[in-house]
Design a protein around this ligand. Structure first.
Ligand SMILES: C[C@@](CO)(OP(=O)(O)O)[C@H](O)COP(=O)(O)OP(=O)(O)OC[C@H]1O[C@@H](n2ccc(N)nc2=O)[C@H](O)[C@@H]1O
Ligand SMILES: Nc1ncnc2c1ncn2[C@@H]1O[C@H](COP(=O)(O)OP(=O)(O)O)[C@@H](O)[C@H]1O
Length: 308
């Protein structure tokens, strides 16, 4: 085998309940992840070992919307970090070229970097024939970032701890979404910092039973009413113009309207595929977003789509 390509999904958070800051600077969460059909692709290609190059060389292209500004191409890229960690963990590492095809918005609150890390783990484990159990892979992912384990499993799942301890949620519905993208991202750390400023008395996070019953019944209207994101006021405080984006989706009769994770991407739940197309058109026409993309959820996690 000389090359492996893995397709890996973005996420939206259906509930993001955020507790007070912990001593390690992180926050305990109840984070209901939902994988949606905006995918990055991670290809790893076996490279000849030679003195001048290290373990990883990386390139990135943005296939659908020139989406690579802000993506580091050095060892700090999360996909490169994932490959280094996997090599250290398994002793199976050999030089690779990584090609990222970015479709998930960068620094958009949809976990694109985490998705690439998860994709790189699966692609390199496959290329190297590394016999890593599922639990070890999940632990390695969790160590790389709070959001990295989820795109390995996909679907819908509750993340506790700092978001990395996953329990799958059986989900019966197919949900139609619109994502309004911003031209510039928001830093996750800055949004949590603003949350601490706005909510110095944050309570311990709790799972929302209305959201869980909506997911169990597959009722999109109930799901729309139950969407909650504790980080939304912080994202709006740092980026007040997002209010107009959310209002434009509300005016187009979205069932639910929410900032995705730490933002600035805004997510709109639609009744069906036609309603999603209508909301996306209204958002584009409003001028209150850079782009509006239609997607559905949930979808599976990291999947090998090509091996040569
Ligand atoms: C907010 C969420 C919601 O799913 O995602 P995004 O909206 O960024 O995609 C996640 O919690 C982001 O996860 P991830 O992007 O992996 O964050 P990490 O690399 O682990 O941490 C980046 C920074 O975010 C803050 N952080 C993150 C997770 C957490 N539970 N508490 C935190 O306080 C910390 O300041 C940390 O230094
Ligand atoms: N593979 C990657 N793709 C995108 N961003 C990356 C990647 N690796 C590292 N980063 C860095 O991580 C930051 C957060 O990126 P991303 O995961 O796209 O957003 P978010 O944390 O909002 O979901 C970016 O601003 C960038 O500096």
């Amino acid at each position: 085998m000389t090359a492996v390509t893995v397709r890996v999904p973005a996420k939206v958070n259906l509930q993001l309940a955020v507790g007070p800051a912990r001593e390690d600077g992180y926050h305990d969460l109840v984070n209901v992840f939902h994988a949606v059909s905006l995918f990055d692709e991670v290809t790893v290609i076996a490279a000849q070992p030679c003195a001048e190059r290290g373990l990883v060389r990386l390139t990135a292209e943005g296939e659908t919307h020139g989406n690579t500004a802000g993506v580091p191409l050095d060892a700090t890229n999360l996909a490169a970090r994932a490959v280094h960690r996997l090599a250290a963990e398994t002793d199976a590492g050999a030089p690779v070229d990584i090609q990222l095809t970015k479709r998930i918005p960068v620094a958009g609150g949809m976990a694109g970097g985490s998705a690439d890390a998860a994709g790189a783990l699966v692609a390199c484990a496959t290329l190297w024939g590394a016999e890593l159990g599922h639990d070890r892979l999940l632990a390695l992912a969790a160590d790389l970032g709070s959001d990295v384990a989820f795109p390995l499993v996909g679907g819908t799942a509750v993340g506790t701890g700092r978001g990395e301890l996953l329990t799958p949620v059986p989900s019966t519905g197919r949900y139609h979404w619109v994502f309004a993208l911003s031209g510039t991202g928001l830093s996750t750390g800055a949004v949590f910092g603003e949350y601490d400023r706005l909510r110095p008395d944050a309570p311990e996070p709790r799972e929302d039973t209305a959201l869980m019953s909506a997911l169990a019944s597959g009722n999109a209207r109930a799901l729309g009413a139950a969407l909650r994101n504790d980080l939304e006021p912080a994202a709006l405080s740092l980026r007040p113009e997002l209010r107009s984006t959310l209002d434009a989706g509300r005016d187009a009769d979205a069932l639910g309207v929410i900032v995705s994770g730490s933002g600035p991407t805004c997510a709109f739940l639609a009744e069906d595929r036609a309603a999603a197309a209508h909301i996306a058109a209204a958002l584009r026409e409003s001028g209150h977003c850079e782009r509006a993309l239609v997607a559905h959820g949930d979808v599976p996690g990291a999947t090998v789509v090509c091996q040569e």
